[in-house]
Design a protein around this ligand. Structure first.
Ligand code: SF4
Ligand code: SF4
Length: 217
């Protein structure tokens, strides 16, 4: 499916400064999809990609992926959202940013995976790697509550979510003895996070008030 839709035949479809050639953008494959719009909002123009494959050749996970980073970028360019969002690759990506550093066109490919993951979450598209999704959720919950990773809580949340209670259990004791895993979370982090949230809330309210006053005057 991907190769059938591939429009790249060595033609100069775009320039580094201007992005996609306007004529090419009218071709049937190039649709204004949600992923493309979201990426543009975040300053990522996938149309700058000229398929050099430097990203794919530098990606440690490329061989494990169903679509390598070059193909993911191209799928988005072709408007094949379902293909990109349903891929295993966006869940395998560890955001190491090697691809981003290697891209001669300055396409932030690591961020592409991140945006596609969020979009897949939002659309309710099931992850091809549920354990990665479970880790994402547990990590985000941890950070929201404690402001930093509380490893013991994270491990237990992950185990409950994946129902895998034995994985890496042999590593637990040595890590506990070395003080790498603490049973209790950091109270400083917890209260710091609470302060941060209430300050953000107060700033939000002040901003709303100012905006309202500005509209009234
Ligand atoms: S950020 Fe993701 S896609 Fe890019 S090199 Fe790292 S693992 Fe591969
Ligand atoms: S390195 Fe950049 S230009 Fe090359 S294929 Fe990857 S995204 Fe496209």
């Amino acid at each position: 499916m991907f190769s059938e839709c591939c429009l790249w035949k060595g033609r100069p479809m775009f320039s580094a400064s201007e992005g996609l050639n306007p004529v090419v953008s009218l071709m049937p494959g190039f649709r204004n999809t949600e992923s493309r719009r979201l990426l543009l909002e975040k300053g990522i123009n996938v149309d700058l990609c000229f398929q050099c494959r430097k990203c794919a050749s530098g990606c440690w996970a490329s061989d494990l992926m169903d679509l390598n980073p070059t193909q993911i970028v191209h799928a988005v360019r072709l408007g094949l959202d379902d293909l990109a969002l349903g891929s295993k690759s966006i869940w395998l990506c560890t955001k190491c940013a090697t691809c981003t550093a290697r891209c001669p066109q300055g396409v932030d490919i690591a961020k592409v995976s991140f945006v596609l993951r969020s979009l897949a979450h939002r659309r309710g598209i099931p992850s091809k790697l549920p354990s990665v999704t479970a880790f994402d959720r547990a990590f985000a919950r941890n950070m929201t509550i404690f402001g930093r990773v509380y490893e013991f809580g994270l491990i237990n949340q992950l185990r409950m979510a994946t129902r895998n209670f034995r994985q890496d259990s042999e590593l637990a004791m040595p890590m506990i003895f070395k003080g790498k895993i603490k049973f209790l979370p950091s109270l400083a982090g917890f209260f710091g996070m609470r302060r941060l949230k209430s300050r953000a809330k107060a700033c939000g309210k002040a901003g709303e008030r100012q905006a309202k006053e500005g509209l009234d005057s």
